[in-house]
Design a protein around this ligand. Structure first.
Ligand code: GCV
Length: 716
């Protein structure tokens, strides 16, 4: 009795104590949890609660038909997402029942049902409300495990975006088989052109011991349909192929595999010599051929689903087949053949150019290089060899015409290389949403086959019926909590994945989705961010390169970030703009210039060759004109340069004030982090404006019609 009376009293004192402590700690705990949740780590997979009790209410369990790791993680992801958004726990089961969301690959479905379905293609999926063995179900079916994962993420996206889920009947196939990111990570943990912190894969020459970030990254990639990732720099460390390192790569592959992402690696062409100890790396030498085969056998023994190898050869100081007078096709094929028995591909970069060009040679032109090196090889690459082509003929500039090589390879697999990391577009310290640029590239008709051959279709392999094709994005994510160093730059990774899956999506669609998923439902937040993102590329272009095709005008021999127009000319790099006191622009015409324009099909070449039709926004990429030349817009070149820099810098000032209007509507952590970047950008934009305008003013000695420049010229 005594005990009985004491114990409840003790309990209630204890309970009171705990309640008191809890009430004191709760706000701290909540803020910590919120801070963690909104650190940017979950990116667009935040699964914020939605307050509509009717969503998927007919379903109360998840049935996963199959045991594979990929299917299991898809099931767990669905349960996790629905729990978080709907506050309902749907148990995972193996047995079929009414009211289930059923996950499985096509062959695992009952034949009767299968016969009623239009099967998706590889990696594709179906979302369908139907009956199965007499029971009402929501089916998430994939052509393969990966397809089921993509179906799950699509379903979760529909829920998060409040899209209608009644009578679902959706079939989605990816545009192309290769939807990869490239990461330029070095084995020491640094990342070439990475602005989001150190490597999530490597440190001090090894794969990191703890790979939870890799797991989370693979999940992010899978959520937007990316199915492969090259984890190391294209400037490849030869150690990647050593027998000591390969087991470490297998650890990465194991983590990726859970999410259907295939590991791939960049390799150095001289490896047979540097790693294999042979006295040659001549691709025609039988010992070299045998070495590549043995090395592939060795890797596939531990990574049976390796996506393949990526190769940068004869470029920026890398070894290549030119050392033995062999062609790029000979080089690619010898390795492709070693990968073929395992279903791997050899991706060979077309980024091959001479960086010791003669500036005094008016016919020399780096833009010609990819086509000159590869077009004549069309048809001589094996079926599992793929040529990876940067979207423009120079190097990820803020604006370039599309690479003519894309239209020239009709009997060769190709993939289009885009850059998610903003090497030349503000390095994640400036807002620059790149999907509008990518869309212009995808939609550009190269008239490669007499018309209607947009780049997106060619790259996906559809135009020329290639077995392999697709899209590669250089992502360079890092250890920073938000992956890319800037919360708003995550939109580029999201958009890359969504557009690689479906190049027909619009830039607006992708950014509306991303904003909603990443920042929630508030209409003002959505409108403001969507508009800022969509405006950001033209704004960046205006205060940096100018909207006349002068590329980025950044310091190309240094940081690729700060203004440096003088670095463009008078060196061997070939990013020339040929600016002097009379005029500016590279003459790339067939008539009087380098002949680059002649690499396009006749309708496109004709369009660029003539000053009458060449669009203003690429004029100086193709033509050298006096500063006084009058554009289609009716304004002179020099005044356009001046005005656009003022306009762009003014618009960049507006970004930070527009963002400030969202205070209190966005979690504090991300609000402040983004604000500080936008304020920095506003200052940088002024610096860009004054440097570029001052430079052109000094060079041309033409006054700004609006009298602004003398006052702000930093150097005279
Ligand atoms: C990985 C540009 C970049 C280099 C990069 C190269 C490439 O030149 O500045 O950092 O090297 O492109 O794409 O290979």
């Amino acid at each position: 009795m005594a005990l009985e009376s004491v114990e409840p009293a003790t309990k209630s004192t204890g309970a009171r104590f705990f309640r008191r402590v809890a009430s004191l700690l709760l706000p701290i705990v909540i803020s910590l949890v919120t801070a963690r949740a909104e650190s940017g780590h979950d990116a667009w997979l935040r699964y914020a609660p939605i307050h509509d009790a009717s969503v998927l209410q007919k379903y109360d369990r998840i049935v996963v038909l199959g045991e594979t790791e990929v299917l299991q993680s898809a099931g767990t992801e669905l349960a996790r997402g629905l729990q978080s958004m709907l506050g309902r726990t749907l148990p995972l089961q193996k047995e079929m029942s009414s009211g289930a969301i059923v996950l499985g690959i096509l062959p695992s479905l009952p034949k009767q049902l299968r016969n009623r379905l239009l099967a998706p293609a590889t990696d594709g999926y179906l979302l369908k409300t139907t009956t199965m063995q007499g029971r009402r179900v929501l089916l998430v079916a994939g052509a393969n495990d990966r397809g089921v994962t993509y179906g799950v993420f699509a379903l979760l996206r529909h829920v998060a975006l409040h899209q209608t889920l009644d009578a679902l009947d959706e079939r989605q196939n990816p545009s192309a088989s290769i939807r990869w990111t490239n990461e330029w990570d070095n084995l020491d943990g640094s990342i070439e052109r990475g602005y989001g912190g150190r490597s999530i894969f490597f440190s001090a020459g090894n794969v990191l011991p703890e790979l939870s970030k890799v797991r989370d990254y693979a999940r992010l990639l899978a959520s937007v349909g990316i199915n492969g990732c090259v984890v190391n720099n294209v400037n490849a460390d030869t150690r990647i192929l050593t027998s000591e390192f390969i087991p470490q790569l297998a650890r990465l592959a194991n983590v990726f595999r859970t999410w259907g992402v295939r590991l791939a690696i960049a390799v150095d062409f001289a490896s047979p010599k540097t790693v294999g100890g042979l006295n040659t790396f001549d691709p025609q030498d039988p010992a070299v051929i045998a070495w590549w085969q043995r090395k592939s056998d060795e890797i596939y023994r531990v990574i049976p689903d390796l996506g393949g190898f990526l190769m940068k050869a004869d470029s920026e100081g890398r070894s290549g087949p030119s050392a033995y007078g062999r062609t790029h096709a000979q080089a690619a094929n010898v390795i492709a053949r070693a990968l073929k028995p395992y279903g791997g591909v050899l991706i060979y970069r077309a980024f091959v150019y001479n960086h010791h060009l003669d500036w005094n040679d008016l016919k020399a032109d780096r833009a010609r290089a990819a086509y000159d090196n590869f077009a004549s090889l069309d048809g001589s690459f094996d079926d599992n060899a793929v040529v990876q082509i940067k979207y423009g003929p120079i190097d990820f500039q803020v604006r370039e015409p599309v690479s003519p090589l894309i239209g020239a390879l009709r009997h060769t697999n190709q993939v289009l290389e885009l850059q998610i990391t903003q090497e030349y577009t503000g390095q994640q310290r400036h807002l620059c949403f790149l999907a509008p640029m990518w869309k212009e590239i995808f939609d550009f008709d190269l008239h490669a086959n007499g018309g209607n051959t947009p780049v997106g279709e060619i790259a996906s392999g559809r135009t020329f019926h290639r077995p392999v094709g697709g899209f590669v994005g250089v992502a360079d994510v890092g250890q920073d909590e938000n992956w890319l160093g800037f919360d708003l730059a995550q939109a580029n990774l999201y958009a890359f994945g969504r557009l690689a899956w479906n190049p027909a999506l619009s830039a607006r669609q992708t950014i509306e989705q991303w904003t909603h998923l990443t920042f929630g439902d508030d209409p003002k937040v959505n409108k403001t961010i969507v508009e800022m993102q969509l405006e950001s590329w033209p704004v960046y272009e205006k205060y940096t390169g100018s909207p006349l095709g002068l590329q980025s005008l950044t310091n190309i021999v240094g940081d690729h970030f700060s203004p440096g127009p003088e670095s463009a000319d008078r060196n061997g790099w070939g990013q020339w703009i040929r600016a002097d006191h009379l005029g500016v622009g590279m003459d790339r015409t067939s008539g009087t210039g380098t002949g680059f324009i002649g690499q396009y099909s006749p309708p496109v070449a004709g369009y660029y060759e003539s000053l009458r039709t060449c669009p203003d926004n690429l004029l100086l990429f193709f033509h050298h004109v006096p500063y006084t030349y009058v554009l289609h817009s009716g304004k002179s070149v020099i005044q356009t340069i001046f005005d656009s820099h003022y306009e762009g810098a003014d618009e960049a000032q507006g970004f930070s004030s527009r963002w400030k209007s969202l205070e209190g509507r966005i979690d504090d952590t991300r609000f402040r982090a983004v604000l500080s970047r936008l304020e920095y950008q506003a200052e940088q934009a002024k610096l860009w404006r004054d440097t570029i305008n001052g430079w052109f003013f000094s060079l041309s000695a033409i006054a700004d019609a609006k009298g602004r420049i003398g006052a702000t010229v930093p150097h005279s």
